[in-house]
Every structure is written in C-alpha cells, then in structure tokens.
Design a protein around this ligand. Structure first.
Ligand code: IMP
Ligand code: MG
Length: 181
C-alpha cells in the first residue's frame, strides 16, 4: 500500500514546533488586540488548520470569517492573477481585521486582498501568516505576525497542498521534486 508520506523529502517543521509557535502568536495577538473588536479572516483553504489552532490560543473575544481566492490551481508557480471566489459574510466596518494565511510567497494574493478590503472602513487590516518565503517576493506585503521564515522549497502539509493533496499532514514537509516535475 502506498503511503502519502513517501512523497515527502524531509520534514521542515514538525508538529510540536508548529504548536509552540501558534501558541506564541495567539498569546501576542491576545495582548495586542485586548479591548478591541477583533475579527479573524481565514483564506480558504490553506489557512484552515492554522486558523483552527490559532483561534483556540486567542483568549480575547473575537469573531471569524472566511474568504476564498483562486491561487495556484495544481501547478507550483503562481499565475499572478487573483480572483475572489467567496467574499466575507460580515461587514468589517470599525473592526480590527486580522487576515490569517498559510504562506506568503510572491505576495500577490495578500497585497491584492488588502487593497480589495481597504475601502470597507475597517479600523485596521493586518496579516498573520504561518510561513514566509521572502526569496520569492514580487509584491511588497507586511505581515504583523509571521510564524517561520522558510527557504524556497515547495512545501506541503498543515493546510498547504499540491493538487489538493497533503493538506491533512500534521507537519510541514518538503515535497519531493519528482512529484511535481
Ligand atoms: P502568493 O500570492 O504568491 O503569495 O501565494 C500565496 C498562495 O500560494 C498561498 O496561499 C498558497 O496557497 C500558495 N503557495 C505558495 N507557496 C506554496 C508552497 O510552498 N506550497 C503550497 N502552496 C504554496
Ligand atoms: Mg492558499
């Protein structure tokens, strides 16, 4: 029987490292947004595990919503085109918005989203991102919270996919090149 973990070259960030980092970020957010009306906006689908874990480390009142945007399809290179597939359910006027995302790669998705949400009169719009791949940046994006800086490998697990697979892995792994080449 084939095991999906055979497709992983190396575990880059393990389960307990993720847990520890998410705890730290949650604690920081709880402090920074104390007394403010915080709303987490998860970007489907990659942010789901991070969102679910982070949410439970936040100790102040907060609400959540989701957006879906088109990104990679099943290739490993960004097209640079962003399409909104699902918009927010709630108004964000006067709220403190924290966009929760799995990874910043070229920066295209998040810079587009920030621009897109700008006109809606939120008090602030910031980003919490689990991973950052600075080497690949094409568009400038500032994230208030970043879990880990990662090298330029194609990563899967903990929400990150290749062709919709591997999102369920509890760790972040480097995908073997032969899988996508
Ligand atoms: P950006 O618009 O280029 O910053 O791309 C952001 C999106 O690309 C992320 O939300 C991911 O869905 C996807 N992505 C970027 N790098 C990786 C990776 O290493 N593995 C899986 N998905 C990735
Ligand atoms: Mg994504």
């Amino acid at each position: 029987m084939s095991d999906m973990s055979d497709d992983i070259k190396e575990i880059l960030i393990n389960k307990s490292e993720i847990r520890k980092k998410v705890k730290q970020i949650g604690k920081k957010i709880s402090k920074d947004y104390e007394g403010k009306e915080l709303m987490l906006v998860g970007i489907l689908k990659g942010s789901v595990p991070f969102m679910a874990d982070l949410l439970r480390e936040i100790t102040i009142p907060c609400s959540m919503d989701f957006m879906a945007v088109s990104s990679y399809g099943s290739s490993t290179k960004s097209s640079g085109v962003v399409r909104i597939l699902k918009d927010l359910d709630f108004e964000i006027e006067d709220k403190y918005i924290l966009i929760v995302e799995d990874i910043i790669d070229s920066g295209t998705t998040l810079s587009y989203l920030i621009e897109y949400l700008k006109g809606r009169k939120a008090k602030s719009i910031e980003i919490a991102c689990l991973l950052n791949k600075p080497e690949r940046r094409k568009v400038k994006v500032e994230a208030k919270y970043i879990g880990f800086e990662v090298p330029d490998y194609f990563l899967v697990g903990y929400g990150l996919d290749y062709a919709e697979k591997y999102r369920n892995f509890p760790y972040i792994g480097i995908l073997k090149e032969e899988i996508y080449k």
